[in-house]
Design a protein around this ligand. Structure first.
Ligand code: UD1
Length: 428
């Protein structure tokens, strides 16, 4: 297992490009199950989670060619997914346990193959995260579920799933995607109310449209899907990763650097960029580039509360909290999406951060300096938060369990090093 050794206190400069979005690429890969021809995805990030999804698709009997050779000694950031050969519509426990997003194959399998067996996702570090809302919505469309040996065994009615009126009682991102994908091949019309509006849901909808699906209300909280008989081959470019982009902005801000983040889609990031600006980070957008500059001694304390899009994303909470450890004054960080998403707090305290936790709220009192220390990553975004704080700290920090980072960030350590950070990957 690797660790990252970080020498802090070096301002970042230069330019860095944003990769494709993990949370769009995952549902898009699952969507390939629906198509009669190959789905080609371009701009896919290099991530552990995508490799896991590729393994899952191959396990089921499909062909998933990820990162093919470019003929010049490198690899293309592309996936060619051809799922017409699926003969084992199952997501086994060893794949689901490493990646909850495996549940995204449930809707497409039911719609295309009429049956599925998916290991029930267990608890995970950031909270309980059940998939009851997915199951309730799919059962409204006629699916039946049994539990057997820890697996959900699902069956569609004889003539296939039928369109239904679905109202999610709370906003669920992958739940919305699962049902939208299932509805694309169901009989008749499905209306999804209180749908998640995350840009990744929209990106998935756009790929389905390119495959021949009939969906209206895209980008709104009410999606109307008219089922079609078949979906065809398509090519889709995965949207840029807004969380990675914002993480890079936070890194530059925390180190007092001046750097350019290229290729982000700023419209998707309005809330987060507004909060950086409120904190005194200078942001200038020019031709798709985002120039970031800050004086870490002048960062202002800003309060954030996570909520579904267009609110402040829970996936950026840990990284923004890291920025607030250096702010002038106290900021209040409230997490409303996941009940246990403050695992980074205890680790950040080891650097000297002053943070008090009370239920779903953290009060962060900015300190003038952080000093390097060993830390252990607990989940994906927490690991990014620790890495950011280590960049800002004086001295050396070791970060253990970095496999969390590699699951969801495309070579973040290398990207930061290209901006002048000093991060070394070594066996722990
Ligand atoms: C997705 C993202 C994840 C992000 C999260 C919230 C992917 C692959 N992952 O996760 O990075 O942090 O959205 O923006 O896109 N819930 C239920 N029952 C359900 C479904 C959800 O109670 O059936 C609860 C969850 O426990 C959580 C909340 O609803 O408290 C939101 O979860 P949800 O939007 O479903 O998160 P994911 O789709 O799993």
């Amino acid at each position: 297992m690797d660790k990252l050794q970080v020498e802090g206190g070096r301002p970042l400069s230069g330019s860095v490009s944003v990769s494709g979005a993990k949370n769009a690429a995952l549902p898009l890969m699952a969507a390939s199950i629906l198509a009669s021809g190959p789905l080609t995805l371009t701009n896919i990030p290099r991530l552990g989670d995508l490799r896991t999804m590729g393994r899952l698709l191959r396990h089921m009997g499909g062909s998933a060619d990820l990162y093919p050779d470019d003929g010049a000694g490198g690899h293309r950031e592309e996936a060619v997914l051809s799922m017409s050969g699926i003969d084992r519509p199952e997501a086994p426990h060893d794949l689901v346990k490493t990646m909850r997003a495996s549940a995204l194959v449930l809707g497409p399998l039911l719609a295309r193959h009429g049956r599925a067996r998916v290991s029930l996702p267990g608890g995970c570090a950031i909270g309980v995260r059940p998939i009851d809302l997915h199951l309730k919505a799919l059962s409204n469309m006629g699916a039946e579920f049994d539990l057997s040996g820890g697996d959900i065994v699902a069956r569609a009615p004889k003539g296939g799933l039928v369109g239904a009126e679905i109202r999610f009682e709370s906003v669920t991102v992958t739940g919305t995607e699962n049902v939208m994908m299932a509805a694309a091949l169901a009989k008749g019309r499905t209306v999804i109310q209180n749908a998640a509006r995350e840009p990744e849901v929209t990106d998935t909808a756009r790929a389905l449209l390119a495959m021949g699906a009939k969906i209206t209300g895209v980008e709104s909280d009410e999606l109307v899907v008219d089922g079609v008989d078949a979906l065809s081959e398509a090519t889709h470019r995965v949207m840029p990763d807004r969380i990675e982009a914002a993480t890079l902005v936070a890194a530059v801000a925390l180190t007092g650097g001046s750097a350019v983040v290229r290729g982000a889609r700023l419209n998707d990031m309005a809330m987060v960029l507004g909060k950086f600006t409120e904190a005194g980070v200078l942001l200038r957008a020019h031709n798709g580039d985002l120039h970031v500059e800050s004086d870490p001694d002048l960062i202002a304390a800003v309060n954030i509360t996570t909520s579904p899009y267009p609110g402040f994303p829970t996936d950026m909470q840990a990284q923004f909290l890291a920025l607030m450890t250096r702010a002038r004054g106290a900021s209040i960080v409230t997490e409303t999406i996941f009940e246990n998403r403050f695992m980074h707090v205890a680790e950040l305290r080891r650097l000297g951060a002053d943070i008090t936790l009370e239920g779903r709220t953290a009060v962060v009192k900015g300190t003038e300096r952080l000093s390097g220390a060993p830390m252990t990553a607990s989940d994906l975004r927490a690991s990014a938060s620790l890495l950011l704080a280590a960049l800002a700290a004086e001295g050396t920090s070791d970060i253990y369990r970095v496999y969390h980072l590699d699951r969801g960030y495309d070579r973040l350590d290398q990207k930061l090093n290209s901006l002048g950070a000093r991060i070394t990957r070594m066996p722990a």
